[in-house]
Design a protein around this ligand. Structure first.
Ligand SMILES: Nc1nc2c(ncn2[C@@H]2O[C@H](COP(=O)(O)OP(=O)(O)O)[C@@H](O)[C@H]2O)c(=O)[nH]1
Ligand SMILES: [Mg+2]
Length: 366
């Protein structure tokens, strides 16, 4: 390969990296949505489909998959993070902890990497830039567990609420449902991603675009892995006896608006919010927690980061030491017990032989 060719190759390889997590009750259409978004079978349906077996999903690890997309000439390495679906009327605490834990671990990894003297060239930034929270199309309002989980997630990630399988509701049901969901979000003060804009600073178009998207929330989505022939055109849709629900038709669902917001218009904003606000907050919380408990806080942020990692290493070392000590202690106790046992066996043997000797003596006397 020529030098010029190689250079071109490298350039083409460069694109943007973006990570989306999908969370929600089993059977709300998460897997179908992801496959619709990526236009290929990125996720399989084997797991998470049946709400009744959701509690058996706990063994499933959260595993990211990455695919390459071409979005208007821009290459996007899109990482999808699927999560174990949860069920109703069961204890979902395990799943909740898994999800929040995953988000925080990605921040911890960056924090550790940032404070290394020598960077790891193969380090991968796996922070999640947007989390699609799937609300089941009940038509009522948010459930308590939706409120609780969204509340726990929002400080760590850009949460975008969506209504899955929106074609199961009529337009008027959907309208009322959306309204009630947003009222709940406001009432419980859940800091979801709300397409922020600044009337003073942003241009007309951005303000218009963002306020439209905000008014659409939560996004009503339809997913379908099948294409249907509509007047000679293949479109992704779901067929019913009473008609066709089209994925990309804005009159039927908010799918295409959400897709372009995620992968195009708001990709950069979601990424910078993740880094500048959410990660920064986590980092400050974490470091001040470590530092306040052990040292004073008159340090620069960089020093705090190094300090934080060093403290953690120190803590680990101490823990290892403690473990080794207790291992030694245990070994010593085992040895002591062995000695005792040997001594006891010995005296038993002595006793036996004495008894035997006595026995033969008395026999002799009788
Ligand atoms: N009506 C309707 N059904 C859907 C939609 N998306 C998925 N489904 C169906 O709902 C079931 C569960 O979907 P799946 O994507 O596996 O849900 P997951 O458990 O959240 O990953 C499957 O039978 C899908 O065919 C949708 O947009 N509308
Ligand atoms: Mg699934």
């Amino acid at each position: 390969m020529s030098f010029a060719g190689r250079r071109r190759g490298n350039k083409a390889k460069k694109g943007v990296q973006f990570t989306v997590m999908v969370v929600g009750t089993s059977g709300t259409g998460r897997t179908t949505f992801v496959n619709t978004l990526c236009e290929s079978e990125v996720l399989s349906h084997k797991i998470c489909d049946d709400p009744a077996s959701a509690h058996t999903e706990e063994g499933i690890r959260i595993k990211p998959v990455t695919i390459d997309l071409d979005e208007d000439g821009v290459r996007i390495a899109l990482t999808i993070v699927d999560t174990p679906g949860f069920g109703e009327n069961i204890n979902n605490e395990f799943a909740f902890q898994e999800i929040v834990g995953y988000l925080e671990r990605q921040y911890d990894d960056i924090l550790a990497e940032e404070s290394r003297i020598k960077r790891n060239p193969r380090f991968r930034d796996n922070r999640v830039h947007a989390l699609l929270y799937f609300i089941p199309p009940t038509g009522h309002a948010l459930r308590e567990m939706d409120i609780e989980l969204m509340r726990r997630l929002s400080p760590r990630v850009n949460v975008i609420p969506v209504i899955g399988k929106a074609d199961t509701l009529t337009p008027s049901e959907l309208k009322g449902f959306k309204k009630r969901i947003m009222q709940d979000i406001e009432h419980y003060d859940i800091p979801v991603y709300n397409f922020p804009y600044d009337v003073e600073e942003d241009d007309e178009e951005t303000i218009q675009d963002n306020s439209e998207l905000r008014a659409m929330m939560p996004f009503a989505v339809i997913g379908s892995e099948e294409e249907v022939d509509l007047d000679g055109q293949l479109v992704r849709a779901r067929i019913y006896p009473w008609g066709v629900a089209e994925v990309d038709n804005p009159k039927h669902s908010d799918f295409s608006r959400l897709r372009s917001a995620l992968l195009n218009s708001h990709l950069a904003d979601l990424k910078s919010l993740t880094h500048d606000v959410l990660y920064e907050t986590y980092r400050t919380e974490k470091l001040s927690r470590t530092v306040h408990t052990e040292h004073d806080s008159s340090l620069l942020p960089e020093e705090l980061a190094t300090q934080g990692v060093r403290l953690k290493e120190e803590q680990l070392r101490k823990e290892e030491e403690k473990l080794r000590e207790s291992e030694l202690r245990m070994q010593r106790q085992i040895n002591e017990k062995k000695q005792e046992l040997l001594a006891k066996e010995e005296s038993l043997r002595n006793l036996e032989s004495r008894l035997a000797a006595q026995g033969s003596q008395s026999e002799f006397r009788d």
